[in-house]
Each structure stands twice: as C-alpha cells, then as structure tokens.
Design a protein around this ligand. Structure first.
Ligand code: MN
Length: 193
C-alpha cells in the first residue's frame, strides 16, 4: 500500500509563535514528505509492501525501518499538538501523579530527557502493558512500540524540528512545546476514546 501524508488538525500558522508556519512548511511539508516518499520507494517488491505502517515499524530494519518510523513518529508528533490546549484531564493527572509525583514533576523529567538527549532522536511518554507510565528516550528514528510500550506523547528533538525558530536553543523549543501539547490526545492515547 502507498503511504500518504497525514492531515494536520490545525492551520499551518495556528501554532505560531511557539512553532512558526515556516517550521511547519519545512518540518511537515518537506522532511515528513521525504520520509514518506523514501518509504514508498523502498518497500516496492518487498514483504513490507502489503503491511500497515505500524507493522512495518514493528518489524523492519535498516532504511525501511528508519523511514517508516520517521513517518509514524512525525504523524504522531504533529497530530499531538493543538493551538488551543485542553487542560490535563483529572484521570490523566491522577496517573501522572502516581508514576511521577505530579504533572509538573512529569514535565520536568520529560524536559530533562528532551534537552539532554545526545544528537537526534525522540523523547516519549509511554505506558507499559500494566498501564504504568515512564519517559523513554530514543535515538534517531527509535520508536517505543518496538519494546512493547504504548506511545502517549512525543517530542522530536532532531535539529530540523527547532533550528528555524530557536536556532541552537533546544531548551527554548522544549519550553514552547509545552504550550502546544494536546492533553486531550494524551488522555485518549492512554484511556481510549
Ligand atoms: Mn522531525
């Protein structure tokens, strides 16, 4: 099957100034499109051609894994942002409190992981099979589904995610990210609709 660009649940200028239209034009419009084009080219005449994106992410290695995971990760990242942020639900706050101490303590731990990740990668809030939450750092295209963990929230800390708006200041990007997190999506990813 042919993989296609996901739609964004907001306008390209809707996340500014935290994330500019120009960043979305490059990050969503060019970087993500390139991963999808590469994936579609690489899977031709392989067993991955008939698989869903998630199956490819779980099973592939090398270039097919890299481009499939970057497609999945970016789709999840962009669709987890919102210009009008809903509040953290009570039940989500309860679980974050149980596993990190408080919502603020979770944000601090996630921020430290995002700022501290060496090189390119992704930082995730994940749930294990028993529903316990943790922060998971992944290099490059890494995706926690490979470890049996369920993604709830992610931040892209590749330089291309922030260089237009924040230059070298990854910490500024991470701070702005907290103004864009769609807590309704995080709730839905953990508890279902
Ligand atoms: Mn990216």
């Amino acid at each position: 099957m042919l993989h296609e660009m996901p739609t964004l649940p907001y306008d390209m200028e809707a996340l500014a100034p935290a994330m500019s239209k120009e960043t979305l034009e490059y990050h969503y419009g060019k970087h993500l499109q390139t991963y999808i084009n590469n994936l579609n080219r690489l899977i031709v005449d392989t067993p991955f051609e008939g698989m869903s994106l998630e199956e490819i992410v779980r099973q592939a290695e090398g270039g097919i894994f890299n481009n499939a995971a970057q497609t999945w990760n970016h789709t999840f990242f962009f669709q987890g942002l919102a210009p009008d942020q809903p509040p953290v639900s009570e039940r989500l706050a309860e679980v974050l409190g149980r596993d990190f101490g408080s919502v603020e303590a979770f944000k601090e731990k996630f921020t430290q992981a995002a700022v501290g990740l060496f090189g390119s990668g992704w930082v995730w809030l994940v749930a294990d099979e028993k529903g316990f939450l943790s922060v998971d750092s992944e290099q490059n295209a890494g995706n926690p589904m490979r470890k049996g963990l369920k993604p709830l929230l992610t931040i892209d800390v590749w330089e291309h995610a922030y260089y237009i708006d924040y230059r070298n200041r990854r910490a500024g990007f991470v701070e702005a990210f907290w103004k864009l997190v769609d807590w309704g999506k995080v709730d839905e990813n953990l508890f279902g609709r």
